[in-house]
Design a protein around this ligand. Structure first.
Ligand code: MCA
Ligand code: AMP
Length: 465
């Protein structure tokens, strides 16, 4: 078997393949426009400031400054740690301490920490191309228990993943990519910003992913999480305005079939779905030239292999395992967690239950653990929210679950044993200490959590909300 060839390195794709005709609005983020040359100049100035640092955190507001800071990190070969801009002290301090980030780029938050990025600064960066195995990003993501883990994403994985998607979606410099997703996760940042820079296409980031903003942006290629697509589908005028787009893409959570059908009717096309994880980037995608069917997330990207583990007899479904060039290099400082996530032969255990159809297309059926919640496309660990609730002096016990929800896919619901505290106060307590999107949307007060004979909480026995 021949070894797969290395993709074009990340740095030279950022600096070397600018389309011949740069345009003043090559990049537009929440109304601020820049040419590609301006972006690279500002990013070069960032690179000069941070060169030699072991890692740099970026307060990832949806702004052009964030894009310049991230690209500056990639130019300088300094691993970038995106920080959710609304992360409260518990989450922020954990990410900064765990990653060891020496600097925080971006306008200072309430903590007063942050070095502003000036888009008017310019420098031509001429540093060497870092090794393909060097870390591009340390992305913090929830597990089922404890605090989020830092996922080490190699530069090679980003390059390979983006090239695979460009091929699957016929994504070229002629496209205009539109989305309004957060810039601290794979979807909005890696695909939604670096994908545009690597293919050389124009990017319009709408600030927030509202149906009206998507409709007004006039793109050829649109990215959204299912919550965004379901809001578009409920706004017929906005949905119809997308009829001229070449391709709509949904990912980060399961797209409900009724949303697919509504878009088919209103926008003349259902979205292609793709599937992935922070640890693996996107591994499976429906192709632009393939059949679009609700619930089918497509076929493995070039170089990626998939298999099902522990398939139940006659069931045809099992835990999806993946291998290939887009896999992470481990959880930062957590060898046991890294080892537990991999099989002895090096495949990543996704924790997702899937089926592979005879035509090779994949269906995601559910998750093995109910303690990993997907709400609005955000991955939220039940344990992290439970620990935050238990920090409240009035809370004696807490159990957090994801409950099916029309708009968010799953809604975070907390069951607590607590005395003398109101529902909203607990919601705000979590929103302020973690990130706003990790807050429970509802809190139920119980006299005791259901437990088994061993004293272990039994989430299956919790009463309906
Ligand atoms: C509400 N707000 C509060 C509180 N309640 N603020 C403080 N304390 C509270 N108690 C404010 C918020 O700050 C926000 O303000 C506003 O209310 C609305 O927030 P929220 O209700 O959370 O927004 P939403 O409407 O529910 O958001 C839906 C959404 C969002 C826009 C779809 O969930 C979203 O952006 N999802 C994308 C997630 C994503 O990109 N996932 C990718 C990871 P303000 O309006 O002022 O801000 S997955 C990935 O990367 C993989 C690899 C993959 O497959 O893609
Ligand atoms: P994250 O690490 O935040 O990207 O979350 C990864 C998880 O999102 C996966 O393990 C899946 O459970 C879920 N996911 C991503 N894309 C899809 C999809 N197209 N359909 C169903 N679930 C998805």
């Amino acid at each position: 078997m021949t070894e797969p060839t290395e993709p074009q390195p990340l740095l030279s794709s950022l600096t070397g393949s600018a389309p011949a005709a740069d345009r003043p609005d090559a990049l537009s983020v929440a109304g601020r426009t820049l040419s590609r040359e301006d972006l690279l100049g500002a990013a070069g100035a960032v690179a000069e400031r941070i060169a030699g640092a072991s890692s740099v955190a970026v307060r990832a507001t949806a702004t052009a400054e964030t894009v310049a800071a991230v690209v500056g990190g990639l130019l300088a070969g300094v691993p970038v740690v995106p920080l959710p801009p609304d992360a409260g002290p518990l989450e922020r301090d954990h990410i900064l301490a765990d990653s060891g980030a020496e600097l925080v780029l971006g306008a200072a938050g309430e903590d007063g920490v942050g070095l502003p990025v000036d888009l008017k600064e310019r420098a031509a960066w001429s540093g060497p191309e870092p090794a393909p195995a060097a870390t591009a990003f340390i992305l913090y993501t929830s597990g089922t228990t404890g605090a989020p883990k830092g996922v080490l994403v190699p530069r090679r994985a980003v390059a390979a993943g983006l090239d695979g998607l460009a091929e699957a979606w016929q994504w070229t410099a002629d496209d205009t990519l539109v989305h309004g997703l957060p810039l601290f996760h794979v979807h909005g940042l890696v695909l939604g910003v670096l994908g545009a820079l690597r293919t050389g296409c124009r990017l319009v980031h709408t600030g927030r992913p509202t149906p009206e903003a998507y409709a007004a942006a006039g793109g050829s290629l649109y990215f959204g999480v299912p919550t965004v697509w379901s809001r578009v589908a409920r706004d017929p005028a906005s949905a119809r305005a997308l009829a001229g787009a070449r391709l709509l893409v949904s990912g980060s959570a399961a797209l409900p079939a009724p949303v697919f059908r509504a878009l088919e009717e209103l926008a003349g096309q259902g979205p292609v779905e793709r599937y992935g994880m922070t640890e693996t980037l996107i591994t499976v995608a429906a192709r632009a030239d393939g059949e679009r069917r609700p619930g089918r997330v497509g076929v493995p990207l070039p170089g990626t292999r998939t298999r099902l583990a522990a398939v139940e007899e006659g069931g045809g479904i099992g835990e999806l395992e993946v291998s290939g060039p887009t896999l992470f290099a481990g959880y930062l400082g957590r060898p046991e967690a890294t080892a537990a996530a991999l099989t002895p032969d090096g495949w990543f255990r996704t924790g997702d239950i899937a089926a592979i159809e005879p035509d090779g297309t994949h269906r995601i059926v559910g998750r093995a653990s109910t303690d990993l919640i997907k709400s609005g496309g955000y991955r939220v660990g039940a344990g992290e929210v439970e620990n935050a609730l238990l920090d409240h002096p009035a809370v004696a016990e807490a159990a957090v679950v994801g409950v099916p929800h029309d708009d968010l896919g799953q809604e975070i619901v907390a069951y607590v044993v607590a005395d003398g505290v109101a529902e909203q106060a607990l919601i705000d307590f979590v929103a302020e200490r973690l990130s706003v999107h990790k807050r429970p949307r509802r809190v139920r007060f119980l006299d005791a959590l259901p437990r088994n004979a061993m004293g272990k909480p039994q989430k299956k026995l919790l009463p309906p909300v």
